[in-house]
Ligand binder design. Structure first.
Ligand SMILES: [Zn+2]
Length: 155
């Protein structure tokens, strides 16, 4: 597993909402939301390994899936996220799919507000933790999230 010890070697990825443009990085913008192709902003592609299934959202809203179970299902999906492996699917040209590597400075967006994310109700918070574990430097809603920072805060 690629997990550089020195955080300065880590490429940076930003996680926030499409709306919070001032928190976006300088690179490409990709969607990490369940309804990517059906509504709202789509960015330049979709990182499917970080998107919940639309069905999960329905079940959550209808009470068939608890928030805790939803979180578990999301976290189970968040695998193989290492820099160099993480890709977005770009399907802008008709049905043709093109995979683009997520790179340093790119931004991954869903549509939840910062307040929802802070309350732990948005899957981008869990995605951010998984990305740190996979070797990224992660800026979540404008704040850097890292094991180093957490360790310092807890000690
Ligand atoms: Zn969200």
């Amino acid at each position: 597993m690629r997990n550089p010890a020195n955080k300065h070697e880590r490429p940076t990825v930003h996680l926030t909402s499409f709306e919070a443009r001032h928190l976006h990085g300088p690179g490409h913008r990709y969607a990490i939301k369940a309804w990517s192709w059906m509504d709202g902003e789509l960015g330049e592609g979709r990182v499917s390994s970080l998107c919940p299934e639309p069905q999960w959202i329905d079940e959550l809203h209808e009470g068939f899936l608890s928030p805790r179970a939803f979180e578990c299902q999301c976290r189970e999906r968040f695998v193989a996220l290492w820099p160099g492996h993480l890709v977005a699917e770009d399907v802008w040209n008709g049905n043709r799919k093109k995979e683009r590597e997520v790179r340093d400075g790119d931004t991954l967006c869903c549509t939840c507000s910062e307040a929802e994310a802070e309350a732990g109700l948005c899957h981008r918070v869990w995605a951010a933790e998984a990305l740190v574990a996979a070797g990224w430097r992660v800026v979540l809603d404008g704040k850097e999230l890292s094991f180093e920072r957490r360790t310092q805060a807890e000690s």
